[in-house]
Design a protein around this ligand. Structure first.
Ligand code: GLN
Length: 543
């Protein structure tokens, strides 16, 4: 029988509810329990796959190819488990399944309603993940803020779910903001009181309250919150802003959060070992000062969350090497050809991340050209690989204006005619499918790694797996020409049809991959490509 913990948020969004939930997951796993996590998102998009990174941040991809909420990335990094599509569902997905059934006549003419049909469908998702994962404890984060209209069915489903279980099988953890009012020199509990009141008005009494604040929450404040919110004072925890998100589990552990939660669930508090996590945090506090400068030349730079997993993977690699990294988010569109020595010349490494659409693509090509010709370590990811192939085709092989078939329409509309060298394109069998999302290569795919390459030096294994999310591939029509000119295909699909990784020989470290290695980096096990990219950047930077 699995135990369930629901995590709700109060007062404002962006509270770090996902980090709190993930930290709890980390501690409970470290106590010897099999933990899985799930995010229930109240918005109406069926999944975040088509949502703009400017609005929603990065789309996180699971092994089984679900395009999910970025909190899934935090979950995976904190509990070190690979999640699946069961770990994320939206109101849109629930509605879609209900409406499909309704149209099919499955309800035999009955009225289909939020209660019980939608709430039942949500409860199904709560039990399905237990069956699929075999977890002892499922942590379900309910997106949004208590009081939102759209999250009501989710909280109601959680309430019903608790009702159907034994005492101690289901807990509610409410994460709220306790703001500091400078003029009064004190933190204020009223917003928390109101948000708990709101939660209680829909039938949910929290078992724990985690107070997010930029100031320590003193005992007196906890007592006040406990009294007004009808929660044990020991179950009011303080979660003060930390210098790193990876410190949150340690902070919560110091307040015995894990033992208190296990006690409330009626589970034994088995011995805990979080020494590797402590070591990681200790190392992070002692990074050598001289920073390594790494440019991320992309398109979605105004919202750093758009590159969240890349940022985290760079941090993991930085801690691995014990060296501080200064990241510079550069909009590819803003790169000025005559100023490259000033903008890119000061960089120790250049990373071109994934992306969609033509905007900023030329800037990415410029940045890659600069990295290639100036021996600056380069890591290209997905569109970054595609851009690197285009750059090589144009400037080494002489294929004028070589580009990706992804931009064919736009180029035509701008009067550019047909692309002469589509060195990146749809694979022939994809060409007739135009349903957005339908043609994507999504999820984990194997890749054979070539001997005596940077890729092999990094992975050290003949077959590796990375997660993909793209439509276009290196065009095999041009592969031979590119390779003859010196492009090294260092990773390839087992059937040798798909180019998975490329690199260059006469360059300190120039590697690009079609998959997204950032999704698999973990704090205590940084991804080998990020490790070696940062390693090469450190060499470039000097000690
Ligand atoms: N837009 C490119 C494609 O669809 C790359 C996608 C990506 O970088 N994730 O193939």
């Amino acid at each position: 029988m699995a135990k369930h913990i629901f995590v709700t948020g109060g007062v404002v969004s962006s509270l770090g509810k996902g980090i709190t939930a993930a930290s709890m997951g980390h501690l409970l796993k470290a106590r010897g329990y099999k933990v899985t996590m799930q995010k229930a998102d109240p918005y109406l998009n069926v999944d975040p796959g088509t949502m703009s990174p400017f609005q929603h941040g990065e789309v996180f991809v699971t092994d089984d190819g679900h395009e999910g909420d970025l909190d899934l990335g935090h979950y995976e990094r904190f509990i070190d488990e690979s999640l699946s599509r069961e770990s994320n569902f939206t109101a849109g997905a629930i509605y879609q399944s209900l409406i499909t059934r309704e149209r099919r006549g499955d309800y035999l003419g009955g009225t289909v309603q939020v209660i019980p049909h939608m709430t039942n469908a949500i409860k199904d998702r709560l039990t399905r993940i237990v069956e699929q994962s075999g977890a002892d404890i499922v942590i379900t984060e309910i997106g949004g803020t208590v009081g939102d209209i759209e999250s009501l069915p989710f909280i109601e489903a959680a309430r019903q779910f608790k009702m159907s279980k034994q005492h101690g099988d289901v807990l509610f953890v409410h994460v709220t903001l306790v703001p500091y009012i400078a003029a009064a020199h004190e933190v204020k509990t009223k917003p928390t009181q109101h948000s708990v009141k709101e939660l209680r008005s829909i039938g949910v009494q929290p078992d724990f309250i985690v107070c997010r604040s930029d100031h320590e929450i003193e005992q007196g404040v906890r007592e006040k919150i406990a009294l007004f919110c009808d929660v044990k004072v020991d179950n009011v925890l303080s979660c003060v802003d930390e210098t790193s998100i990876y410190k949150v589990p340690l902070n919560l552990h110091e307040q015995d959060f894990d033992t208190k939660v296990l006690d409330a669930l009626g589970l034994e508090a088995k011995p805990i070992d979080i020494s590797d996590w402590r070591d990681y945090n200790d190392k992070m506090d002692k990074l050598a000062d001289k920073p390594v400068n790494i440019a991320i030349v992309g398109k979605y730079v105004s919202l750093p969350d758009a590159y969240l997993s890349i940022m985290e993977a760079l941090i993991h690699a930085s801690v691995f090497h014990g060296r501080k990294i200064q990241t510079h988010l550069i909009d590819g569109e803003q790169l000025v050809e005559s100023e490259l020595d000033k903008t890119l010349g000061i960089m120790d490494g250049i990373l071109v991340p994934g992306g969609f659409g033509k905007r900023a693509f030329e800037g990415k090509i410029t940045a890659i050209n600069y990295a290639r010709t100036n021996n600056i370590p380069f890591l290209g990811i997905c569109l970054g690989l595609q851009a690197a192939v285009c750059e090589f085709a144009r400037n080494v092989v002489g294929m004028k204006d070589a580009t990706s078939g992804e931009f064919a329409e736009e180029i035509k509309e701008a009067g550019g005619g047909e692309i002469e060298f589509p060195v990146v394109d749809l694979m022939p069998q994809q060409e007739d499918i135009d349903n957005m999302g339908g043609t994507m290569r999504l999820g984990s795919y194997p890749c054979k790694v070539a001997e005596q390459t940077h890729a092999m030096a990094a992975y050290g294994e003949p077959v590796i797996y990375e997660r993909h999310r793209h439509r276009y591939e290196v065009n095999n029509v041009f592969r031979e020409k590119l390779c003859e000119a010196g492009l090294v295909v260092s990773g390839i699909s087992p059937d040798e049809r798909l180019v998975e990784m490329i690199e260059l020989k006469d360059h300190p470290w120039f590697v690009a991959c079609q998959g997204h290695p950032e999704f698999k980096s973990r704090p205590t096990r940084c991804h080998p490509l990020f490790r070696d990219f940062v390693g090469a950047s450190i060499t470039h930077c000097g000690s």
